[in-house]
Design a binder for this molecule. Structure first.
Ligand SMILES: [Zn+2]
Length: 448
């Protein structure tokens, strides 16, 4: 059976991930993501009403026109998890394919919200839920399997396409977490089995976000401990404490909520995306937040919540807000500019349970946000965080588990691939032979 991989997007950047695998006449698409920084750089750009081709020209979504070069039929669109760089282009591209969108329950709910928010295109692809451990037939001879992985968002999987020529394992995104706070540990046992059963692994496509970093990415349990240490140290502070993190990081939000209560403060989630992700997780029964946990997204209800906090005393509350990257319109940035009813006083604490994404726009915006908060007297607790992506020892362990015949580094630019190329090279892979460093819009023929 002919096996061909199209590296559509996310092979020159972190963002707009999309890969297509053709096995004989059948094609499976993994991820359809957005490169958010290409959108945010334009002030007040609303993408909901924009045409796909304009977004492709901006570099914001994958240029999927390369799929017309593949001789087969798309059978499934498979988003691996709910981050926007993996699902953010579904509302712009999926309608062109007569295929279901297959994903885990939390990811499916987020995909449906993306589709509902879209103004320009009507997406009526079926959204099919499949849990980790589940399988479905693709065409007559292939099977799709979801393997449970751990990442900075719940319900993440790595999809595996089993073909007569061996398995194609799509490794975006994950870290190796055995104590993930919410959900099951990464299923390394299954990866080891897949590496050894049948024809073994034909190809592994790997998340190289942190491939230039040595050692191991710590577990979410470590971030939880860091948060506990910071927040319990503030137990006696009787002024304002504010925390921010990735609103999609439900495990992290859960930890913040729990420690806020432990130090005698009522947590309240503020900001549109805070309300969206946590509300969705709660609706699906994935998290069990306290009954009185307030979540407010619309600016008027956020302002009302802030007024209540100011009236009843900042020492009684802990607002968890959007804005960890200093996004200009996010809640924390607005607080820094004094645009909300919440007043920061000398000595108030701001906890960033996130690191700055090392990209010039983020770095600049975060600098500005921290300066604005500091000018009002805020004390900053930075980088109370661990990453959601494997470092080198995780990559080493994955190669050892899967024993793939080919590897394709992804989810980075050329410089970002270098650490992985060195690591795979030391494991016997050779550039151009079985280690395929590529860019967007290419095809790699693995079996002719
Ligand atoms: Zn991700």
């Amino acid at each position: 059976m002919e096996i061909e991989i199209a590296t559509v997007g996310g092979y020159e950047e972190v963002g707009r991930q999309m890969t297509a695998v053709r096995a004989g006449d059948d094609i499976v698409i993994f991820d359809m993501g957005l490169n958010l920084s290409k959108v945010l750089i334009h002030d007040n750009l609303r993408t909901e009403g924009m045409h796909s081709l304009d977004l492709i020209d901006m570099g914001a979504i994958p240029d999927d026109r390369i799929l017309s070069d593949l001789d087969g039929t798309v059978q499934a669109i498979v988003p691996t998890h709910g981050h926007l760089d993996h699902i953010g282009a579904i509302s712009k591209l999926a309608h062109r394919y007569d295929a279901p969108i297959v994903s885990t329950p939390f990811t499916s709910a987020l995909v449906e919200e993306e589709i509902d928010d879209e103004d320009k295109f009507h997406t009526d692809n079926d959204v099919v839920q499949m849990n980790a451990g589940g399988t479905m037939s693709i065409g007559e001879r292939c099977e799709l399997e979801f393997v449970n992985v751990t990442h900075s968002i719940i319900d993440a999987i790595n999809p595996v396409l089993h073909t007569p020529e061996g398995a194609i394992v799509y490794g975006l995104d994950k870290r190796m977490d055995h104590t993930p706070v919410i959900g099951d540990p990464i299923d390394m046992k299954r990866f080891r089995e897949i590496g050894r059963e049948g024809e073994g692994v034909l190809c592994y496509i790997e998340d190289c976000t942190n491939a230039n970093k040595k050692g191991r990415t710590p577990s979410e349990a470590v971030a939880r401990e860091q948060l506990e240490d910071v927040m319990l140290s503030l137990e006696d502070y009787d002024g304002g404490i504010v925390a921010t993190t990735f609103s999609s990081h439900i495990a992290r939000v859960t930890s913040i909520v729990e420690f806020a209560e432990r130090i005698g403060r009522q947590p309240v989630l503020l900001g549109r995306s805070m309300e969206q992700y946590s509300g969705t997780a709660e609706r699906l029964g994935i998290v069990d937040f306290p009954d009185d946990l307030g979540m407010y997204g619309h600016s008027r209800s956020v302002d009302r919540a802030f007024e209540r906090v100011m009236n009843e005393g900042k020492e009684n509350y802990l607002p968890v807000v959007t804005g960890h990257q200093g996004e200009p319109r996010a809640m924390l940035t607005r607080m820094g500019r004094g645009e909300t009813p919440y007043e920061l006083y000398q000595g108030d604490k701001v906890i960033f349970s996130a690191r700055v994404i090392p990209e010039p726009t983020n770095v600049g915006q975060r600098y500005q946000s921290e300066k604005l908060l500091g000018m009002q007297g805020a004390r900053i607790y930075d980088d109370v965080h661990v990453s959601g992506h494997l470092r080198q020892e995780g990559h080493y362990q994955m190669l050892d588990a899967l024993q793939p015949r080919h590897v394709i580094p992804a989810h980075q630019d050329m410089a970002g691939f270098s650490g992985y190329v060195e690591l795979a090279g030391n494991q016997g892979y050779k550039l151009g032979r079985d280690l395929h460093v590529t860019s967007n819009g290419n095809t790699i023929q693995l079996v002719g």
